[in-house]
Design a protein around this ligand. Sequence first.
Ligand code: UDP
Length: 562
Amino acid sequence: VQAVFRSNLSHLLELMGSGKESLIFMKKRTKRLTAQWALAAQRLAQKLGGVRRDQKQILVHIGFLTEESGDVFSPRVLKGGPLGEMVQWADILAALYVLGHGLRITVSLKELQSNLGVPPGRGSCPLTVPLPFDLVYTDYHGLQQMKQHMGLSFKKYRCRIRVIDTFGTEPAYNHEEYATLHGYRTNWGYWNLNPKQFMTMFPHTPDNSFMGFVSEELNETEKQLIKGGKASNMAVVYGKEASIWKGKEKFLSILNKYMEIHGTVYYESQRPPEVPAFVKNHGLLPQPEFQQLLRKAKLFIGFGFPYEGPAPLEAIANGCVFLQSRFSPPHSSLNHEFFRGKPTSREVFSQHPYAENFIGKPHVWTVDYNNSEEFEAAIKAIMRTQVDPYLPYEYTCEGMLERIHAYIQHQDFCTAPGPAPPGARAPQSPFILAPNATHLEWARNASLAAGAWPPAHSLRAWLAAAGRACTDACLDHGLICEPSFFPFLNSQDAFRKLQVPCDSTESGMNHLYPAFGQPGQECFLQKEPLLFSCAGSSTKYRRLCPCRDFRKGQVALCRACL
Ligand code: UDP
């Protein structure tokens, strides 16, 4: 069956059910964004032309909303609890629905069991029951529940699962045996999934798939209106919880010299003591009113927490400048409570690395808050700067539809990479050497990887400097690391063509392989495909890195990926 774009979301709203505060929040959002989704669907349909899209049967099981996992969020929705997750789930549902797929949504264990065909009350089902879904989107809580209740089917069908995982799961933490042996065991990892089955909120590491969410888009008239209506001395502080204001008196009083400060901190009856009296606190606002506040404000300012939420993108989309603190040393699971136990080694150099690295000036200013002069100078400079509202394409409805469409059409973790299709010839000389011999290109006619996605001809390989991760090495060249290309580089032949002088070659399990040993001349190949990892570095190795190009504003997709 062909999937047909949908522009009427009322049936989706019914599918979402009712009752919980979190569902109410999500449904309001979906309703408000209906027109944007419909327009985006129209544009994407035009862009894709008549391309055939198969309709998939999809189960969305939102584990963190189930009573069985404690549903810690719903009661906090009205108090400013993590709304980011709900924003993302609402948008995932909308995107899947608008793309025209068959959708089931479950937010309790009972509903999950009945949709999986597991007899209720049986607890774990030992038999393999055929799974009536092509794809299942869930989170870590839901994954655990499925493992408990699907019996043998879980193993058989886990390749159909996609895990919505805000901060991401790196390969070293995902591989059970490796994580256990090398100290990468956490509360979350070790599911032995293909790392691309984990889908993140921001493009953290290309080892995972970037799912994202959307921010409301303005038309030209609205943009002009907003630019005319800005109060140049109005600042809104990022964060709905009072705790983020603790110890920030110094910055607040500097800021207060220049600007009127607004907050949206949840409170019950009295002003939270952490929020100084000169701040105009609105309390937690409904989302549309929060947007209105951002439309008037000049500055949206972060004090270090929360990390990487949707709000800064919304602020920038509404024409604010986002000012945030640089973290030096960077925050990570080694030194910060928030990241402790999360299955990632990522180092976070500012409150919102995406804003810093993918958007930057004039919209985003990242400064050292320990230096009051630098902080004050930034505020003064920002007041003088004119900025236009800006939203990266990947965070528009069209961008999100385009990305999810591509994933659904092309990502397949169930079929093992087989031998080359009949008629395909092994390439004579797959690599083209660049003059400096550290860069090699996959020849355009490489047939070895016929049918691969992303298409193999977008591979550009680099030998990274010692101590450099592939994530960074690729970015240094304006490219992005593409883990699905690792198999093409994991051979003696690849090293030879790169003119890497291997004295000997050894293969082993290490998430940094393939790599060239330092010092010494030993080359190392990867033995375990699940451990291919863009993330990770050590001064002991120069890593062999598979990079690819990407679409402007859509880092998840290569230029030839659609
Ligand atoms: N938000 C809101 N009311 C407010 C402040 C924020 O509805 O007073 C919304 C905002 O529009 C954003 C969402 O809360 O989409 C999540 O914001 P944040 O970036 O703070 O992420 P979180 O920490 O909640 O995941």
